[in-house]
Design a protein around this ligand. Structure first.
Ligand code: AQP
Length: 341
């Protein structure tokens, strides 16, 4: 049976190398996986409703949504085969979120570690939307009865909550039948966790304050070279093996990025560069990153020069997504006992 796969990104800023190596390039592989009736059905959302929960730039949001969609396509997602859509253009996401919120216990949300990370110390000032993020994420997934969700370590807990919400709904409103399939995590062997270029213990993030912490998919060759050159390292040389890399997160991050971009293993990279000065690894890394990313960057800029075309792609994606979402919402409302003329 074919898998229905759902994965999304927030248009909180420009996409960065971690979004590409940790998610986007795998989306392209997933789209090509399977044959005939076993072919995956992939849905890739631009989750703009999630992007506004931690303060956002009103002027920039619509364009960031377009640019995120452009990045998907530039990286190889085919809008004819996969659904590309903006979350806000399918109102059923927000509606299902409310219905799920009515029976999801606060205690379960309080256990979500990402809220604590994103809200920081002052949780009193964090928005209700940020707190309830995992409920909207459950709605995103279950609205399409997605069977598989590619997740990184940081999203595992949220997916677990989505499964829990599906089970509670099935038990409470579907008489114990599996109305919502329990979505499975889809672990990609090639997903790489990319860390900040300034602090190897923090993940690279598109909304981190300093632009020098990340490589954006829109950065040109000079900017990429500058950022890698300034990337934090330590006093030693490039580690030659795992043992030499212990306790050296910045060194291991550069090695991990090189391995991911060249489709090799970190061991092979350490064999090649071990014992050399960091400058040689950084120079090779810049060249490799430019070679791999520049076709994506130029395709993105081509796509962004024709906004009407991106808008058409997003509109067509939303129509297709709504044709799946509307019947689910209708069923759910019926099962929950709502009036309908
Ligand atoms: N550094 C990373 N390494 C590997 N994968 C990453 N992802 C994000 N950063 C890295 C993956 O990209 C997808 C997009 O996630 P998102 O937009 O929902 O937000 P995020 O995970 O919180 O990513 P960012 O870039 O850090 O965004 P902000 O700054 O807005 O919070 C996910 O599949 C994620 O695993």
């Amino acid at each position: 049976m074919s898998k229905r796969i759902l994965s999304c990104m927030q248009p909180t800023n420009r996409l960065q190398l971690g979004n590409y190596l940790g998610a986007l390039r795998n989306w392209v592989k997933l789209q090509d996986e399977g044959q005939g009736t076993d072919k995956n059905q992939c849905m890739y959302g631009v989750v703009d409703l999630h992007a506004i929960t931690n303060g956002h730039d009103v002027e920039a949001l619509a364009n960031a949504t377009r640019e995120t969609a452009a990045a998907y396509i530039a990286a190889g997602v085919d809008p004819k085969r996969s659904y590309i859509f903006a979350q806000s253009s399918v109102p059923e996401h927000a509606q299902l979120n409310w219905l799920f919120g009515s029976f999801t216990q606060m205690g379960k949300l309080e256990r979500m570690t990402q809220f604590k990370d994103k809200a920081g110390k002052n949780t009193e000032r964090a928005s209700l939307g940020l707190f309830a993020y995992p409920v909207l994420m459950a709605a995103d997934i279950l609205l399409y009865k997605a069977t598989h969700v590619p997740v990184g370590e940081d999203q595992k807990q949220h997916l677990e909550l989505s499964r829990d919400i599906a089970s509670v709904f099935n038990e409470k409103y579907a008489g114990g039948k599996e109305y919502f399939p329990l979505p499975e995590p889809y672990i990609m062997g090639t997903a790489t966790r990319v860390m900040s270029l300034r602090d190897g213990t923090q993940k690279m993030s598109k909304s981190a304050e300093s632009d020098m912490t990340r490589i954006n998919l829109t950065d040109d060759a000079d900017m990429i070279a500058k950022k890698f050159k300034k990337a934090k390292t330590d006093q030693g040389n490039v580690p030659a093996n795992e043992k030499e890399g212990e306790g050296r997160p910045e060194a291991m991050n550069l090695i991990g990025i090189y391995a991911a971009l060249s489709d090799t293993t970190t061991e092979q990279v350490m064999t090649e560069f071990g014992g050399q000065q960091f400058l040689s690894l950084k120079t090779a890394l810049s060249d490799l990153a430019v070679a791999k990313l520049s076709p994506i960057t130029s395709r993105m800029s081509e796509l962004m020069s024709d906004k009407a075309e991106i808008d058409n792609i997003l509109k067509a994606g939303a129509d297709k997504a709504r044709s799946l979402a509307a019947p689910t919402l209708e069923d759910v409302m019926k099962m929950m006992g709502f009036w309908k003329a």
